[in-house]
Design a protein around this ligand. Structure first.
Ligand SMILES: NC(=O)c1ccc[n+]([C@@H]2O[C@H](COP(=O)([O-])OP(=O)(O)OC[C@H]3O[C@@H](n4cnc5c(N)ncnc54)[C@H](O)[C@@H]3O)[C@@H](O)[C@H]2O)c1
Ligand SMILES: O=c1ccn([C@@H]2O[C@H](COP(=O)(O)OP(=O)(O)O[C@H]3OC[C@@H](O)[C@H](O)[C@H]3O)[C@@H](O)[C@H]2O)c(=O)[nH]1
Length: 313
């Protein structure tokens, strides 16, 4: 099986590559433009005979011969996806069209990593796959959430019109080793701040919630979805729901009891609540997460301490 992973130099992509490379019969090709990813995340595979790394921007066509495509390429942190919003749209729309074109030519199965952000600021809680969402189409997050919604539409149109084998995962907030230290997402921010003994920046009101999934659980869900028979969309996430105040307290308790917590301004359109209903993933894939937040944070702390050069005292 030859497998293409777009965005494979990023956080989730590199963990997925590790899992795919474990199988002796797999060959893996990564296409990435290194916008938020890094070769460092893949250094153990560079030079391996079953592995190939291509610098490529997926908003342009790609010609390779593969059996399966995991299509992850897209900046995921709000800071980075807003930084060049037009580019984010091109990555989601033109990039997904290019990958679907490739899948069509090769009759390859393609899995797209969509997001819980397609539910916007949800009025239904927890969110089921049948919920159509509450999204601002002209807001500063739209390049990402509307971009992902359009990409889902493209996936289903290629499925209906050309019979392409599609899989769609709606991923909820995922965390773990290899997140960029200055990625801007909340778990990586709080862990880096706690290690550096800088105040944890809780964005107001602090009562907004998220549900955090450890990366190894998520990657298991992605491969199970790819190998299963259901097109999705399927929610992949951990239903354990926390306010940002609770998350800050957990990081304080687990990493640095002396660290301060400060309240800072939020950004527009921040969803107020988010929690996956994973009934479908349980029924269809037999998947559910195993690692809870209190187990996952210390695993991520080890990696951050190593990269920041601050050992435990
Ligand atoms: N981590 C999460 O919580 C989360 C939640 C929902 C969905 N997702 C989705 O999962 C995927 C991976 O997320 P992540 O957290 O690993 O993010 P990440 O930013 O670490 O990885 C994204 C990768 O895509 C690459 N990339 C971006 N634009 C590209 C382009 N035009 N051409 C080629 N490569 C490009 C980046 O360089 C990076 O390596 C994304 O599609 C994201 O939207 C992630
Ligand atoms: O330092 C911070 C950063 C963020 N936050 C808050 O933490 C919450 C989560 O913010 P993040 O930036 O980590 O992520 P978001 O949930 O907003 O978006 C994420 O959703 C799912 C994926 O598609 C993406 O990984 C990302 O877009 C927000 O309410 C935000 O206001 C803080 O309180 N402090």
């Amino acid at each position: 099986m030859r497998i293409l992973v777009t965005g494979g130099a990023g956080f989730i992509g590199s963990h997925l590559v590790d899992k795919l490379m474990e199988k002796e019969k797999n060959e893996v090709i990564v296409a990435d433009n290194y916008f938020t990813g890094s070769k460092d995340n893949l250094k153990k595979w560079i030079g391996h005979p079953r592995f190939e790394l291509i610098r490529h921007d997926i908003s342009r066509p790609l010609f390779v011969e593969v059996d399966q495509i995991y299509h992850l390429a897209c900046p995921a942190s709000p800071i980075f996806y807003k930084y060049n919003s037009v580019k984010t749209i091109k990555t989601n729309v033109m990039g997904t069209l290019n990958m679907l074109g490739l899948a069509k030519r090769l009759r390859a199965r393609i899995l797209f990593t969509s997001t819980s952000e397609v539910y916007g600021d949800p009025l239904e809680h927890p969110q089921k796959e049948t919920y159509w969402g509450n999204v601002n189409p002209i807001g500063v997050r739209s390049c990402y959430d509307e971009g992902k919604r359009m990409a889902e539409t493209l996936m289903f149109d290629y499925y209906r019109q050309y019979g392409i084998e599609i899989r769609i995962a709606r991923i909820f907030n995922t965390y773990g080793p290899r997140m960029n230290i200055d990625d801007g997402r909340v778990v990586s921010n709080f862990i880096a701040q706690a290690i550096r003994n800088e105040p944890l920046t809780v964005q107001l009101p602090g009562t907004q919630t998220r549900s955090f999934c450890y990366v190894s659980d998520l990657v298991d869900g992605l491969t199970q979805l790819m190998e299963g028979t259901d097109t999705g969309p399927i929610n992949l996430g951990n239903p354990g729901e926390f306010t940002m105040n609770e998350l800050a307290k957990a990081v304080q308790e687990l990493i640095n009891p002396k660290v301060q917590i400060s309240e800072v301004e939020n950004t527009p359109d921040d969803p107020r609540q988010r929690k996956p209903d994973i009934t479908k993933a349980k029924e269809v894939l037999g998947w559910e997460p195993k690692v809870n937040l209190h187990e996952g944070i210390p695993l991520m702390e080890d990696d951050f301490r190593r990269r920041l050069g601050v050992p435990r005292t």
